[in-house]
Design a protein. Structure first.
Lengths: 276, 289
């Protein structure tokens, strides 16, 4: 595109781009700003230049609820789910580099699972997790996340491993490496970007999930931050400013991860999407 | 690699798939033929659960609304994402920045987004009503989420608007299209819009298929928007399948009915998947010609 003239069409394009940007992000800016304002101001002067900005709402929320515990629960669940799911998906993707009888069937099965609306499994998951005694525990929620997200992790990681030439494995075999060595020394390093991308997706998905975290939780000991802010909708009915502060706390980690790993996330989409 | 070793590598994934997909699916089908309150005895009642949901107006609304969600994804959300991608694909100044910004809402939890929009639509403190008042359109202010006429649309708006992920999938596909095609078309005198329609659009078909599958799967699973913004109300006008399953289970303790609705949801997902796969096959044979 050599001739970049400022034509009316080009101006329109920029106007449209900025309009979309404003529409998408202004609500979030409003949320962040509101979380620093006293509740009374939100009702009385929603559009005045905010005069009383303070951390009061945040302090109040932290004092009235065990936010640190909820936060830690979310971290532990996201970490456990990610480790479990990614390990299983990586090993399976490596196995898929080899020929075996049920390979085709298993690939199709995993692909189909990607599109099964797992929300339909509320009762089975609830009964299963109860039966193995993990109701109201972080482990129970993490297990469900690991399972539900496995097809997605598998697709991302397999997408990467598919780009590894099989000759590499052949030559490693000739050099006397066993399958475990080939996996650790060759396949794992090459597919690292794919694994990292899958990890980021899993952490974000697990952090953000509400339905199963809500269904399998009873007490503070396993309550995630998402379930907590949901309960704020009812308990903070009158004080929206507190609720806003709680929401900002819940959003912050994913925004930080996104800011740090933008390239990994957006670049990682490339691997899976191109194959269509 | 020896057969036994391969199986060993597959084992963890197979265990997870059996535990969280195959077994639950069988259990779901089994339960849908029983009357059960979650604690007491399960009573076999044949297809009575299905008879009940078919005649339940709430279930019908849930099914209808889920289909409206699917249609909104197909005809508004995906075209919007494609439009954004085609615009950024022209590489205007700052396109990389825009790409990063448009994606932000997609990393934020649906819980927070639904909660945020609940407040945007709020009668008193809401951004929407206050904006309308500020620009002198006070007569248009509305109890958006309390009116059965507007509640469902209000539920769907944030999903339709946050098309960042859809856009990225299109952009990725667009970036694989060789530059020569664009240049050749320009030499032949095509305008930018003609290039978009005649060159790029046919070549992003694989991304369209991917997006249709991902977004339809998302719509079948969507739960947070109606659950947090309206609780399925007013007058069940925002009820969808996920919320119906949840309410029959947690609210009404009718596990059998909940699972009958679950089975319908799973079947709907499978029908869509088969249909999209047929589309994909047609695309492939089209290429081979």
């Amino acid at each position: 595109m050599k001739n970049r003239k400022t034509t009316p069409a080009r101006v329109m394009l920029y106007v449209f781009m900025f309009l979309v940007l404003i529409l998408m992000l202004v609500p979030f800016l409003w949320l962040v700003l509101s979380s620093f304002r006293p509740n009374a101001d939100l009702f009385n002067a929603p559009f005045e230049a905010p005069k009383h900005l303070s951390f009061d709402n945040y302090i109040a929320v932290m004092k009235s609820h065990p936010m640190v515990l909820y936060f830690l629960n979310s971290v532990v669940i996201a970490a456990l789910a990610t480790v479990l799911s990614i390990c299983a998906a990586t090993l399976a993707s490596y196995a898929m580099m080899h020929k075996f009888r049920t390979k085709k069937a298993l690939t199709v099965l995993l692909f189909m699972c990607l599109f099964i609306p797992t929300n339909a499994f509320m009762v089975p998951y609830y009964v299963m997790i109860n039966k193995i005694g993990l109701y109201d525990s972080v482990l129970g929620i993490a297990l469900v996340y690991a399972g539900v997200n496995l097809p997605m992790s598998f697709m991302v990681i397999k997408g990467y491993m598919d780009t590894i030439p099989l000759e590499l494995l052949e030559s490693a075999k000739i050099d006397g490496a066993d399958s475990g060595q080939a996996f650790r020394k060759i396949v794992l390093p090459i597919s690292k970007p794919g694994i990292v991308t899958a990890c980021v997706f899993l952490v974000i998905n697990s952090w953000n999930e509400l339905l199963f975290a809500n269904l399998l939780n009873q007490s503070d000991s396993s309550r995630t931050i998402q379930v907590a802010i949901r309960s704020f909708l009812t308990t903070f009915e009158a004080n929206y400013a507190y609720a806003f502060a709680a929401m900002v706390i819940s959003i912050l980690p994913t925004i930080v991860i996104y800011a740090l790993l933008t390239d990994k996330i957006i670049g990682g989409m490339t691997a899976g999407a191109v194959k269509g | 690699m020896k057969k036994r070793q391969t199986l060993l590598y597959m084992a963890p994934a197979v265990v997870l798939i059996v535990a969280f997909f195959l077994f639950p699916l069988c259990y779901l089908i089994y339960l849908s033929f029983f009357e059960w309150n979650g604690l007491g005895e399960k009573i076999f009642i044949g297809i009575d659960n299905f008879k009940y949901i078919v005649s339940d107006p709430v279930f019908r609304t849930a099914l209808k609304n889920t289909i409206i969600w699917l249609l909104a994804a197909l005809f508004i959300h995906i075209p919007f994402g494609l439009l954004l991608a085609l615009i950024l694909n022209r590489k205007p100044k700052g396109w990389k920045f825009m790409r990063v910004m448009y994606f932000i809402p997609n990393v934020i939890s649906t819980t927070a987004v639904a909660f945020l929009w609940y407040f945007i639509y709020h009668v008193d403190v809401g951004l929407l009503n206050n904006m309308l008042k500020a620009v002198g359109l006070g007569r248009l202010t509305h109890a958006w989420l309390n009116d059965p006429g507007t509640a469902l649309v209000c539920n769907i708006v944030p999903f339709v608007l946050y098309a960042g992920l859809t856009m990225i999938i299109f952009l990725t596909q667009l970036s694989t299209i060789p530059k020569e095609l664009y240049e050749a078309a320009v030499v032949d005198g095509a305008t930018s819009i003609q290039v978009d329609l005649k060159v790029y659009l046919p070549l992003v078909k694989p991304a369209i298929i991917t997006n249709i599958m991902l977004n339809l799967a998302f719509c079948l699973r969507t739960f947070e928007y109606p659950f947090l913004m309206t609780g399925g109300g007013p007058a069940n006008s925002t009820m969808n399948l996920s919320l119906y399953i949840y309410k029959e289970m947690v609210g009404a303790n009718r596990y059998g009915i909940s699972m009958a609705a679950g089975l319908v949801t799973v079947l709907l997902g499978m029908v869509i998947m088969v249909f999209v796969n047929i589309l994909q096959k047609e695309r492939k044979s089209h290429y081979e010609k």
